[in-house]
Ligand binder design. Structure first.
Ligand SMILES: [Zn+2]
Length: 235
């Protein structure tokens, strides 16, 4: 039986070799990025500037090229086929020392919530889809402690001040829990200016959380955003 299985696997491997999800180059394992694509998007670095009341912000990838395309397929086309490559990126980043630093002492994780209406439209919260298994493997429970109280417009074209106005008071606790002495990790798919996660963090702080850290799947750490505002100010 084992022999047949091995022959079968070898045939499948030969007929449909694993390919990089971005450039279709042949790679060793399924859902793995080729070295060149991995190098372009993987970062696993901390933001130099962290908005209050967050203490650390870590991104796994740059929101460019492949990472951006995969996240857009997940969010806008509801395409769940992109999940294995996204999870593979997370797994590959797991051994990075910055991941250990970020997770050290973390008691639980909180996904950035969608408004109920958007959740019903999409059918899932993409943040949970990306991080749930990965967090479970690390014994970090995912808790839905924050909910969106206001339906907010899409933010990608808004400036920082507009974002703050739109998001102010847009989140609340789902239930009253005592988080004193606990370290929370807010997980999000895309980190732009940090306004959304800061607002979630305020809710967790109000419940007593000692510290709130952030793990973002993708971010440009506001680099593009800063550039855009800079360009605008020169108009
Ligand atoms: Zn590639």
């Amino acid at each position: 039986m084992n022999f047949l299985r091995e022959v079968w696997d070898a045939a499948i491997y030969f007929l449909f070799p694993p390919r990089c999800p971005l450039c279709k180059e042949i790679v060793d394992e399924r859902h793995q990025f080729c070295a060149a694509c991995g190098k372009k998007i993987l970062r696993v670095d901390f933001a130099e500037w962290t908005p209050e009341p967050l203490s650390q912000v870590l991104r796994v990838t740059k929101y460019r090229g492949g990472s951006r395309e995969l996240l857009r397929k997940l969010k806008f086309d509801n395409n769940l086929n992109v999940l294995p490559p996204l999870k593979k990126i997370l797994d590959d980043a797991s051994t990075h020392e910055n991941i250990s630093r970020l997770l050290d002492g973390v008691n639980f994780a909180v996904p950035v919530p969608l408004h109920e209406k958007r959740l019903n439209e999409r059918g899932f919260n993409q943040v949970e889809k990306i991080f749930f298994e990965w967090l479970v493997m690390r014994n970090i429970p995912l808790k839905n402690l924050v909910r969106r109280t206001k339906e907010t417009p899409k933010l990608y074209d808004q400036g920082k001040r507009e974002r703050q106005q739109i998001l102010s008071g847009a989140f609340a606790a789902t239930r009253q829990v005592d988080l004193r002495g606990q370290i929370a990790l807010v997980v999000d798919d895309i980190y732009t200016t940090g306004t959304t996660v800061s607002e979630c963090a305020k809710v967790l702080k109000s419940l007593g959380a000692e510290e709130v850290r952030v793990l973002a799947f993708a971010s440009d750490f506001g680099e593009q955003f800063a550039q855009k505002n800079f360009d605008r100010s020169r108009d």
